[in-house]
Write a protein that binds this ligand. Structure first.
Ligand SMILES: [Zn+2]
Length: 699
């Protein structure tokens, strides 16, 4: 029976069993001379040279009344705690008689897992004390509808599977999931990116959501269970995205497509995506928990270059002749007792005045110094913006060895900070380090430091692979950090608790007949109505698309004016007033007035603003105030022009167009809706030219 630490003693190079070949980028030669580049510096061609490939996994909570496999309410968010359950994770043999690498990693962390329960949102099913109830039929219908929207081939029966979930966020250790459809495609058209092709959708699953994490400190992780079991769809694309902005556009397209069912949950955490990235010569790395589409391009760019930088480091190690055999440490004893590469350094550092080490000594903790042969100068190499290769080690120590209280590690590439020269010299001598060797020092409780030292060697061995198979967590600044080593390939197995659920042809036919309009169909319709492609696409995904439809603009000019005003004004008003969209019956009179010519086009936005600012204001009153009437007070324009020309003397010497812009800004607000702006401009231009001269009086 393998010991917990034997999980990654795979032969040199790949990690068989942990990563199927499809995880490798189809191009095997890395362009190692490609310079490290900031986000925003590269063209689509540059990404092609890099072999950049990316795909998405989009999770969307459904707005159903109940959870997927029990009758608890879905979508209930609470901070109340009625009780707590404590669990420990232990690895068990899989049905194939093997340990899963991911399970072993979680076991190594020796975590205490706490579930906070609230009576109204959780029952014994979520805590694995009762078998699942029949799958929620409403959720199945929505999932089928989404699958149809993506043109997927539907399954004839839902087969519930168990997907291993070992981070503790699901108490059973697995997630129940059922594939609903597979192998589809949707039109992917983004003219500003030069994209006009299909986006292949690999599959859509209906699954239960995991717990919300409350905190994860040291050896204790706390989860809240209200979200656990909420139905969600998981949409997986093929890696068909070849630039960072394509990833973003695809994310938006998928979200909009799922949303067109009108049956999805909104708000924090309701939609989450993972993205995978690889470059030539690398393997697919999954970035988990991307919070927003806005962040996607930077995240995937940064990950592409992390991979490139790791592959450059591998090339350098190869050049230096480093082998895996040089990076081994004894397994059965404390690492500093059985290896010339590791030293318990408390005595060398007993006079150290670097505060973190000093504190560790005072706390009687263990301080280990590790020699990495030929790694000198590499730990300081940049892998991500503001992040060096050393972070790859520090992340593993934090996550797997649970070292906390940063900093818990320092290395010899750092100069003039931390340990002084004499201390480094002593450590080098004690470890018999040569010129190009690097020294890593870490400190903490003894058992954690023992795990940490083993982890340092495992990560150093991974440096010879280049890009280790792991999942990584997306951060809000666009960088990412180690989350866990990749789960085993065989992490899905049938759920014996749930019988297959047949999908009736009649249900599919009914759903197909009433299928929601898809974003690309919607934007096609808006282009027919007179909008340009960008506005049409934007409107098709906007929350006010329904409002626009209800306003029924008839002429293309009115449609354009209304779409543009809604896009400009509604987000602003929603932000400042917090009020929902106005009901269509209030805005419709303005649109009708536009069509009839009784509201001037340029006055529409002001009219809309007036309605949005005061929900009680009758549209008639707004329209009366802005009614066009050239004859109402013919002198008003004359007066305004004369007064403005007089005031314009302060602008003497400025170019005429500048003065004219200023003058329009003075005159128009009072005349808006009443007088054609072209007439005002003509009158002002004539009068100003007489005073300021046609050349603008620049002389
Ligand atoms: Zn329940």
């Amino acid at each position: 029976m393998p010991q917990p630490d034997d999980d990654r003693t795979a032969p040199e190079g790949a990690l068989p069993g942990l990563c199927p070949p499809s995880d490798l980028n189809p191009r095997r030669e890395t362009p190692l001379d490609f310079p490290d580049s900031e986000f925003g510096e590269l063209s689509a061609d540059d990404y092609r040279v890099l072999g950049f490939m990316s795909g998405l996994e989009v999770h969307q909570q459904l707005r159903t009344a109940g959870k997927l496999f029990c009758r608890c309410p879905a979508g209930r968010r609470t901070t109340k705690v009625d009780g707590e359950v404590l669990r420990h994770m232990r690895p068990t043999l899989s049905e194939l008689g093997e340990y899963d690498g991911c399970a072993l990693m979680e076991f190594k962390t020796r975590k205490e897992i706490v579930y906070q329960l609230e009576r109204g949102s959780v029952c014994t099913y979520e805590m694995d004390d009762t078998p699942p109830f029949p799958v929620d039929p409403e959720a199945v219908r929505v999932a089928l509808e989404v699958a149809l929207l993506f043109n997927l081939k539907l399954v004839s029966e839902l087969h519930v599977m168990r997907k291993q979930y070992l981070d503790g966020s699901i108490p059973t250790g697995f997630q129940r999931t059922a594939m609903v459809g597979l192998a589809g495609a949707i039109p992917f058209r983004v003219p500003e990116l030069g994209v006009d092709r299909e986006l292949r959708i690999r599959q859509l699953s209906l699954e239960e959501d995991s717990c919300r994490e409350v905190s994860d400190i040291g050896h204790r992780i706390v989860f809240r269970t209200d979200r656990l079991g909420t139905p969600l769809t998981e949409t997986v694309t093929e890696p068909d995205l070849f630039t960072p902005f394509e990833v973003q556009a695809a994310g938006r397209l998928i979200a909009a497509t799922v949303a067109s069912t009108g049956k999805i949950a909104r708000g924090a955490g309701a939609a989450r995506q993972d993205t995978n990235v690889s470059i030539a010569g690398s393997r697919r790395i999954e970035l988990k928990g991307v919070p927003s589409h806005r962040l996607l391009p930077r995240l995937v760019h940064v990950e592409a270059f992390r991979q490139l930088n790791l592959l450059k480091i591998r090339a350098e190690l190869e050049k230096r002749g480093v082998t895996k055999a040089q990076l081994q440490v004894a397994d059965k004893v404390l690492p500093w007792q059985g290896s010339p590469l590791v030293l318990e350094a408390s005595s060398q550092l007993r006079h150290c005045d670097y505060a973190p080490v000093r504190d560790a000594i005072d706390r009687k903790e263990t301080i280990a110094a590790v020699r990495l042969p030929q790694f000198g100068g590499l730990l300081h190499r940049r892998t991500q913006p503001g992040i060096t290769f050393a972070r790859e080690f520090a992340d593993r120590l934090r996550v797997i060895a649970c070292l906390t209280g940063r900093p818990f590690m320092i290395h010899s590439d750092v100069k003039d900070y931390g340990l002084d020269r004499a201390e480094w010299r002593q450590l080098r001598a004690a470890l018999r380090a040569e010129q190009w060797d690097a020294i890593l020092v870490c400190w903490g409780p003894r058992d954690d430091v023992a795990t940490a030292v083993r982890e340092i060697f495992l990560r150093a061995q991974d440096a010879l692979v280049g890009v280790p198979a792991e999942t990584r967590q997306a951060y809000a600044d666009g960088t990412n950090g180690f989350e866990r080593i990749l789960p085993g390939a065989d992490r899905m197995y049938p759920d014996t608790d749930t019988p297959p659920v047949p999908i009736a042809d009649a249900v599919v036919a009914e759903l197909r007949a009433g299928l929601a309009e898809r974003p690309w169909e919607r934007s096609g319709r808006y282009m027919q109505a007179g909008l340009d492609e960008r506005s049409a696409r934007w409107l098709a995904r906007a929350p006010w698309a329904g409002l626009f439809d209800a306003l029924e603009p008839r002429s293309p000019a009115v449609a354009r004016r209304v779409a543009s005003a809604l896009e400009k004004r509604l987000p602003f008003h929603a932000r400042t007033s917090g009020r929902p969209l106005p009901p269509p019956h209030r805005v419709r009179p303005l649109v009708e007035a536009l069509e009839a010519g009784t509201l001037r086009s340029e006055a529409f936005e002001s009219a809309l603003d007036a309605l949005l600012e005061d929900p009680g204001l009758p549209p008639d009153v707004v329209l009366a105030e802005l009614r066009p009437s050239a004859s109402e007070d013919p002198a008003a324009l004359d007066v305004a022009v004369r007064r403005t020309v007089e005031e314009s003397s302060e602008l003497a010497g400025r170019p005429l167009p500048t003065v004219l812009r200023w003058a329009m800004g003075r005159v128009m607000p009072d005349l808006l809706g009443h007088v054609d702006p072209r007439l005002v401009q003509a009158r002002l231009e004539e009068a100003l030219a007489a005073v300021h001269g046609p050349a603008g009086g620049a002389l």
